[in-house]
Design a protein around this ligand. Structure first.
Ligand code: FES
Length: 276
């Protein structure tokens, strides 16, 4: 299996440029690098739609390495749900990043082992940025653009930016929620949406007693993820779940008491959560 090949000589399939397809692929997972912008997710979805339109696969899904709602394990799970046998993962990004490729193989392997022998085979291709047809597509896009109506920078009437960008929002607390790749692979994207809704429900999104929440890249202690830091106390919360988020909102943000069960201090090696 590809998951087992991922352990050969320490190199993952993505690092080696991906295997030649021998057939039998019945699911495709398009894996984007960052889901920071909504437009990026929409672009991925339209690529997925093009693959679906071929009618060749039982499942076609998208996933995101960091700052995204569907992580690689969640995307694989979506494919497995319809009983596919072989999932082809196509990294929709540029560049050969050996450490990222190696880590992605490990994420897929962990996911596979978590399913107790019921996981479909997972194989990776090289990143789409290395595909020779991409150069042709860019040349064609440039040629097509010459025939389109021009959008000039001179068309802007005002150079002013929105006034809201000039004000630090009133707040009692500030939350930095990690959306780095490791935390995203453990569901941080969905947890952030959960936190947002939970704050909204309790009227804590705005105002002087509110919580200003922001997403960050990797905060460092990835093995303890999903992580977040709460200021002004400087509390690190680790191994977060939806239930933990609810307790933190109720007990810490409303009640003023740190939820010790999930709080960790700096300078100590902590035990990773089970299965991580
Ligand atoms: S990815 Fe979250 S701590 Fe590294």
């Amino acid at each position: 299996m590809a998951e087992q090949r991922a352990e050969d000589n320490g190199a993952g399939p993505l690092e080696r440029g991906g295997p030649k397809l021998s057939g039998g692929v019945d699911a495709v997972l398009l894996l984007g690098r960052s889901g920071h912008q909504v437009a990026a997710g929409e672009g991925m979805e339209s690529l997925a739609e093009a693959v679906r339109a071929t009618g060749r696969y039982l499942a076609v899904h998208t996933a995101i390495v960091e700052r995204g709602l569907a992580s690689l394990p969640e995307g694989l799970e979506a494919c497995a749900r319809v009983g596919v046998r072989k999932v082809l993962v196509i990294p929709v990004f540029f560049g050969r990043d050996r450490s990222l490729a190696h880590w992605l193989s490990k994420v897929a392997l962990r996911w596979s082992r978590s399913r107790d022998g019921s996981a479909p085979e997972v194989i990776f291709t090289g990143a789409i940025g290395e595909h020779p047809a991409l150069g042709e597509a860019v040349v064609r896009a440039v040629a097509d653009a010459e025939g389109e109506a021009p959008v000039s920078v001179n068309d802007f009437e005002s150079l002013e930016d929105p006034s809201a960008w000039s004000m630090i929002p009133p707040q009692e607390r500030h939350v930095l929620a990690c959306m780095g790749p490791r935390c995203t692979s453990r569901g941080a994207g969905k947890l952030y949406v959960h936190l947002w809704k939970s704050l909204q429900k309790r009227g804590l999104l705005r105002g002087r007693s509110g919580v200003h929440a922001a997403q960050t890249g990797c905060l460092s202690p990835c093995n303890l993820g999903p992580t977040m830091i709460v200021y002004p106390e400087g509390i690190w919360y680790c191994g977060l779940t939806a239930e933990a988020m609810d307790r933190i909102v109720d007990e810490h943000f409303v009640g003023g008491r740190v939820v010790e069960e999930y709080a960790r201090g700096p300078g100590r090696h902590e035990r990773p959560a089970p299965g991580r």
